[in-house]
Design a protein around this ligand. Structure first.
Ligand code: ADP
Length: 497
């Protein structure tokens, strides 16, 4: 099948979170199964800094945005270690910037224009670059206008009239909502600016538009697919989502085991390990990590880690509260790696200053360190308010680092709590809790610490997690089924229209 991925992020071209991981991995997995994915994404500055071979195609184009005509050109590259073509939409005024979406905590003011341009450029590429496309797989709000263009402006125009759209929601909270006058930029008729279609509380919403116009929709875990049907996780879109409930699916992300595998992880140097030598392997990684972070090299002390965007969503307020309480009372070590909201930078920096022997905080984005933390830590914390899928818990399972998670979204679908029943059934892999409170996290960490001291049971958790298969191949097969269903739905709709 020929699938065009329209996305703002794809590893290794650019990434701010899980979206980048998914769009770098899923196309590769689809290609391995004999399908023909192509990726199109904006040519952000990050992509040129990634050291990849990017060439001009010599093909340029023009997009009309309201009264303006804006020119751009297509560049060509390839997803490394694959034959998946990657096209980059170059428009330096829009994409050659410090960050992808915002700077200094403020969204770029022309985000609507930047991504309306991208959506139209992606659609024009189908014709100008002769991309044989059956399904456009649109990712998150940045690609949200594509399904609307196909169902309105391009409705009767070949080859667009034959193309189906699947829309994947990676995070419903980031919606791409803009001032209503931005509707004029899109060139889509104002008649669609109504509460059933593109309008959302007076604004133009890319997310809602995509939910309304796509042939099928999915999110990145079955539990999150259910959770977003109701407040609070529906973020106001429960009406639109319930209306599409028969077309809404949940497919868990995979983990990229080419890059996230302790047996071949280039960032672990000589300390690579697998399930057969996990004890000495992890011990060596833990000692190396403690040395790197300036923490005392004490093998017996539990090392607790959290890596991620320092945003409310990720539950870092709970982590900070438990850290503050425990740092002076309990003999555990903490490592936090992340960047994000200033309030978290401040609170974590000050805890680290007060407790240098127990707490290390790195306020940066470091893929290498993220790998070494996954390998060297004993427990990995993800007390998220909500988590569409979550990738770090999958990496943790693979690296024998026991996940401690709040039971929500993909975390609920991937981590099995440890209790007498799950130990007896041999299914326990981590620790989960429900209530979003620091007390619940602390109690769960207490339970985890007790089991940490019981080495045979702890080893069982590690072994079971490491042996699980979270590879992309499984998820890719589910996506292929869903692409088929998407085509069927599109044809049925065309037939009944
Ligand atoms: P989200 O997409 O909501 O940010 P995910 O768990 O799905 O969360 O994916 C986050 C990805 O980004 C993971 O691969 C994680 O390791 C990575 N990541 C996040 N923050 C950092 C950081 N500061 N340094 C390195 N990697 C990070």
């Amino acid at each position: 099948m020929n699938i065009l991925f329209a996305t703002a992020e794809a590893v290794p071209f650019c990434k701010t979170g899980g979206l980048g991981d998914v769009c770098g991995s899923l196309p590769r997995a689809l290609a391995k199964l004999g399908h023909r994915p192509t990726i199109i994404l904006p040519a952000f500055r990050q992509a040129f800094e990634a050291g990849l071979k990017i060439e001009p195609t010599g093909i340029d184009f023009e997009v009309t945005l309201g009264q303006k005509r804006v020119r751009g050109q297509y560049l060509r590259s390839e997803l490394p270690d694959s034959n998946v073509p990657v096209y980059l939409v170059e428009q330096t005024g829009y994409y050659d910037r410090e960050q992808l979406y915002h700077e200094d905590g403020e969204d770029y003011r022309d985000n609507c224009e930047r991504f309306a341009f991208f959506c139209q450029a992606a659609l024009q590429a189908i014709v100008l670059l002769e991309l044989d496309t059956e399904v456009v797989h649109c990712h998150d709000w940045c690609a949200g206008l594509i399904p609307a263009y196909l169902k309105t402006v391009l409705q009767d125009q070949p080859p667009y009239d034959q193309i189906a759209t699947l829309y994947t929601i990676h995070n419903l909270a980031y919606q791409g909502n803009f001032w209503h006058w931005d509707m004029a930029l899109t060139r889509i008729d104002w008649k669609y600016f109504n509460w059933r279609q593109m309008e959302f509380y007076g604004n133009l919403s890319f997310m809602k538009t995509a939910i309304v116009f796509s042939d099928a929709i999915n999110t990145v875990s079955p539990t999150y697919a259910r959770e977003i049907m109701r407040p609070p996780l529906s973020c106001g879109l429960e009406g639109a989502l319930q209306h599409r409930s028969e077309d809404l699916f949940g497919i868990l992300n995979g983990a990229d085991t080419d890059h996230w595998n302790p047996a071949s992880d280039e960032f672990l140097g000589e300390h690579q390990y697998d399930v057969t030598n996990v004890e000495p392997g992890k011990a060596a990684c833990k000692a190396a990590l403690q040395a790197e972070l300036g923490l005392p090299q004490r093998p017996e002390v539990p090392l607790l880690a959290a890596v991620g965007r320092l945003a409310d969503q990720k539950g870092f307020d709970l982590v900070a509260r438990v850290m503050q309480q425990w740092a002076s009372e309990r003999d555990v070590q903490w490592v936090i790696l992340g960047t994000g909201e200033q309030k978290y930078h401040q609170v974590f920096s000050s805890i680290a200053q007060e407790h240098p022997g127990h707490v290390c905080v790195r306020l940066e984005f470091s893929n290498e360190l993220a790998h070494r933390i996954e390998a060297g830590a004993d427990m990995f914390l993800m007390p998220s308010q909500y988590e569409p899928c979550g990738l770090n818990q999958l990496y943790s399972l693979k690296y024998g680092t026991v996940p401690v998670v709040r039971s929500t979204g993909g975390l609920a679908d991937t981590v099995v709590d440890t209790n007498s029943q799950t130990i007896a059934e041999q299914i326990a892999t981590g620790f989960t809790f429900s209530e979003y409170t620091a007390q619940a996290l602390a109690e769960t960490l207490n339970r985890a610490s007790e089991v940490f001291a019981d080495k045979p049971v702890w080893r069982q958790l590690i072994d079971r997690g490491m042996k699980q298969d979270w590879s992309w191949e499984q998820s890719a097969r589910k996506y292929i089924d869903l692409y088929e269903q998407t085509l069927t739905r599109a044809r049925r709709e065309a037939f009944t229209a």
